[in-house]
Ligand binder design. Sequence first.
Ligand code: AMP
Length: 308
Amino acid sequence: MGKLVIVGTVAFDAIETPFGKTDKILGGAATFIGLSASHFNVDATAVSVVGGDFPQTYLDLLSNKKIDISGIEVVKDGKTFFWSGRYHNDMNTRDTLVTELNTLADFNPVVPEDYKDSDVVMLGNLHPLVQLSVLEQMAQKPKLVILDTMNFWMDCALDDLLNVIKKIDVITINDEEARQLTGEYSLVVAARKIYEMGPKYVVIKKGEHGALLFHEENIFYAPALPLEEVFDPTGAGDTFAGGFAGYLAKTEDYSFENMKNAVIYGSTLASFCVEKFGTERMQDLSNSEVHKRLMQFKQLTQFEIELT
Ligand code: AMP
């Protein structure tokens, strides 16, 4: 069982979807990644920052899921990162209404000593310089470094982002971000261009249309599970990444073949995330519910065909 370092925002989110609206609720990339990765019982730590306004109960929620929170700095007189977004009717696209970096603006991450020898590092969505600093603190080269990011950092810190992308093994981004990063419409061409930037594996998330895994000339596709109710897609991408990273850290097999399973786990976990607002569905999701849905997933995608 490998150890896992998770980096990302721990945040307040305010979300609007066609089904309703929330005040400030618990959010953040590291929060969703941690809740998802906790299903694999790996030894994991979250590295992030919050302000004095962040409720202790939210931090307890992560530690109750056995996520080490000693790497989450609390800046007593600072304010927590705040993001607000509004989804369009298709629920696949959204507008960011507010991004307040607050304590994130001058955050210096510190990887807890016990985790500097971790096998897997999940660089969740956050300033690329923070992602880089975490990588530089590792005692030796991790077996696998996965990076997730978003258009916000492409817009305001592209050079720093390209610099950290050089040093990673897997990138997970959504289709629009892949197009923005490469200037290519075709995702196949975009993946090829991303290989040239550094990563050997590219995961492109397509929301309700599933996810694609690229490696050299190989492509693997996993659909998203068709759901009766999609309430709020916030955090689905991070939940996917948490499942992907958690599964690989647990199995310690970083081959393309095993990454296919990691994509399936990531997609399965993400399918729960969207069923309620924010982190609500992930907070008390049981392993047996996950197992049941994996079986549904298998049925959805398995077929026998005789090729003559
Ligand atoms: P996702 O829906 O997977 O893209 O992730 C949504 C989460 O990302 C929300 O909980 C936000 O708090 C967080 N988030 C939004 N914007 C940023 C940003 N620029 N950097 C880091 N995290 C962000």
